[in-house]
Design a protein around this ligand. Structure first.
Ligand code: HEM
Ligand code: NAG
Length: 249
């Protein structure tokens, strides 16, 4: 290929939306005085400065905008839960630590945090993350491995989860898989076959333990805007696998 033709191609590619994605804002370790939540995503957004790094005075719109700007997920992923939490808290802005309460959405049997009954449901519990990873024998988390994790946590939870909390916890497991998956084409809306969905363990571990975008482990923002409807099939598959695994044990 002639050099000029090659250069023209490179220039054209650089201008296309797929590779022109702005670089992610850098991760900055939180200080002990910064406000942080039991949600790994919101903490990640604050650690990268998409939300105020001090974690304070945050609106639902701030959260929606932060999710879209960093991951290319629809702002509704932030707006819906944030508006729910603000209503339940009776506030118009929140500090991330406000979410570490029942009205804020905190519940027992978390993937990454101990129960409130044990005294600290906000600090990451490394042992829980280790167990979550050990629930899969390969180097990937799968629908079946997170369903196993949810069944294990639900069964041993003290206090037991309410049915509403069980649904929320399944949704959070689905969000984790949707965010950490190693394929970058959006799932077609209402696709039923999510059997190939997998989340590399190293990447998921870095995200959950360090609450930073695991770019060094290959993570990148979605190429197409991820829609709320993309979550449903993953959620349904986790529920079905939980049922199947309970039936066989
Ligand atoms: C893209 C958006 C989001 C993603 C990917 C996400 C992901 C997750 C995941 C994976 C968990 C489970 C952590 C665990 O069990 O240890 C979680 C928990 C939680 N999330 Fe988010 N989240 C998102 C948005 C939000 C928003 C907007 C709010 C509210 C303003 C929120 C509030 C919470 C809370 C309170 C918990 C703690 C539940 C518990 O006690 O374990 N999340 N989130
Ligand atoms: C909270 O944020 C709003 C706008 O984002 C600002 O006007 C207000 O002064 C802030 N309040 C505090 C206490 O920082």
């Amino acid at each position: 290929m002639q050099l000029l033709v090659f250069l023209a191609l490179v220039t054209a590619c650089a201008a296309s939306p797929i590779v022109s994605q702005a670089a992610l804002k850098p991760y900055v370790k939180p200080k002990s005085t910064d406000s942080r939540s039991p949600c790994p995503m919101l903490n990640t957004l604050a650690n990268h400065g998409y939300l105020p790094h001090n974690g304070r005075n945050i609106t639902a719109q701030d959260i929606g905008d932060a999710i879209f700007a960093s991951t290319n997920w629809h702002a509704d992923f932030g707006l819906f839960p944030a508006n729910g939490a603000l209503t339940n808290l009776g506030k118009s802005t929140l500090d991330l630590a406000d979410l570490n309460s029942t009205p804020g959405g905190e519940h027992p049997a978390s993937l990454t945090r101990k129960d409130a009954s044990s005294g600290d449901s906000n600090t990451i519990d490394t042992a829980r993350v280790t167990q979550l990873l050990a629930d899969s024998r390969t180097s990937f988390l799968t629908i079946d491995s997170v369903a196993k994790t949810r069944n294990r946590l639900d069964k041993s939870s003290n206090p037991p989860l309410t049915s509403a909390e069980l649904g929320v916890a399944q949704g959070e497991a689905a969000l984790m898989m949707l965010l950490m998956r190693d394929t970058y084409v959006s799932l077609p809306t209402n696709e039923q076959d999510v059997s190939t969905l997998r989340a590399p363990k190293e990447r998921t571990k870095v995200w959950l333990l360090e609450e930073k975008f695991p770019t060094a482990q290959g993570w990148k923002p979605a190429e197409e805007v991820v829609q709320i409807a993309d979550l449903g099939p993953i959620n349904d598959a986790i529920v079905a696998s939980q049922d199947a695994q309970r039936g066989s044990s």
